[in-house]
Design a protein around this ligand. Sequence first.
Ligand code: ATP
Length: 283
Amino acid sequence: MERPDAIIMENIGTRFGDYWIHHNLDLTVHCGEILAIVGGSGTGKTTLLRAMMGLVPIADGKLTILGKNPQILTLREQIALRQRWGVLFQQGALFSALTVFENIAFPLREWGHLTRTEINDLVALKLQMVGLQPKDAWKLPAELSGGMIKRVALARALAMEAEILFLDEPTSGLDPIAASDFDALLRQVHADIGFTVVMVSHDLDSLAATASRVAVLADHKVLTVGPLNEVQAVDHPYIQAFFHGERGERLLNSLRATGKLPILPSDDQSGLTRQSDPAPAQP
Ligand SMILES: Nc1ncnc2c1ncn2[C@@H]1O[C@H](COP(=O)(O)OP(=O)(O)OP(=O)(O)O)[C@@H](O)[C@H]1O
């Protein structure tokens, strides 16, 4: 049986005071996909992620997440729902006074149903899953590299067998090698466990390496959503600037080289019109 969509946002509006961040925004996240959200600075990517998690109130429209509408749930039901996803914020956001072990164990202890042995075993498993050594368990965050901090944060986000993983700029602050290692790790754990990922990212290489689909935020809504090769063809100033700068051209060349970018015959060669003209920008 087909699984229901993980997240459905219909006509969503969010605002801070009188200023609307999103207005009439529609977005569906399919179960099991890695959906990346991109957009210019201040377009509301982080706010959208937080609205999905119930950390920013929804002023308008309807949110359905894992089949539930959090707007009509009791507090107890909302807490139970929130245990079904994990979050990795921009800077990793580990507790600086706690060891790696204690950071990963934190959500497990909060849940309150596990014995000490079960927690030990789960932390050991999560450490192994993200490629860290048992000896790293006793280090403090200040003793870790940037890439290791992201790995610990990922282990903590996945500690509770998350069905959805929310990532805000997961590769920010990492050098290109550590960023590409993190992308490979995300792909691996995603393939192993099969959860849904919603990720905010500015990193084109990371999008190309991980995203099933890309949603572009502009003008308070989702301008377009689809596979990267379709989205980059949409005629909108932000999309053109984002995908056709120096790094964008590098990415497009790599998509062409791997056959992921359809090369359309030009009209004068084929005598045909294009089958897939760029989708029009939504108003
Ligand atoms: N707690 C808040 N109170 C008031 N305004 C806020 C709050 N959080 C965000 N904003 C405003 O909402 C808008 C969207 O912010 P948001 O952080 O979601 O954008 P973003 O697209 O993620 O930006 P960036 O790419 O620069 O991180 C900005 O104008 C920001 O100043």
